[in-house]
Design a protein around this ligand. Structure first.
Ligand code: SF4
Ligand code: F3S
Length: 103
C-alpha cells in the first residue's frame, strides 16, 4: 500500500502535469508518488481505473507510462484541488495505491 507519510519519508523530485512528484524516480521502472492532497503511488497502481470512473468531481486523468513493470498507464490526480474528501477512491482501489489527506 501507499505510504501515507510519503511527504515526510520521500524527497520531492519535481512536478509533472502540474502535480508534485515524490521520489525515487528512475524511469521507466520507478515513477514515484504523484500528487500531494490526492496522492497516487505509480509503482503500485495497476491501472484498474475504478478511481477515475467513480470520482464524483473528476480528479483523475490517464497518463501513459510505457515500460513500467506494473502497468502502462496510471492515473494523474490532475484536479486534486477539486477533491471533496469523499474517500471513495481510497476505498475502491484494489491495491491501495491512493492516499487522500483529509485532515
Ligand atoms: Fe475524488 Fe473522492 Fe478520491 Fe477526492 S476522495 S479524489 S473526491 S474519489
Ligand atoms: Fe490505479 Fe487503483 Fe486507480 S490501481 S487506476 S489507483 S483504482
Amino acid at each position: 500500500a501507499i505510504d501515507s507519510n510519503f511527504d515526510q519519508n520521500r524527497e520531492r523530485a519535481g512536478e509533472e502535469n502540474g502535480v508534485a512528484v515524490w521520489g525515487p524516480v528512475e524511469p521507466p521502472e520507478k515513477l514515484g508518488i504523484h500528487g500531494t492532497h490526492v496522492a497516487v503511488d505509480y509503482d503500485i497502481c495497476l491501472a484498474d481505473g475504478a478511481c477515475l470512473e467513480n470520482c464524483p468531481v473528476d480528479v483523475f486523468t490517464w497518463v501513459d507510462t510505457p515500460d513500467h513493470p506494473v502497468s502502462e498507464r496510471k492515473v494523474e490526480p490532475t484536479n486534486e484541488d477539486q477533491c471533496i474528501d469523499c474517500m471513495l477512491c481510497v476505498d475502491i482501489c484494489p491495491v491501495d495505491a491512493i492516499d487522500v489527506d483529509a485532515s
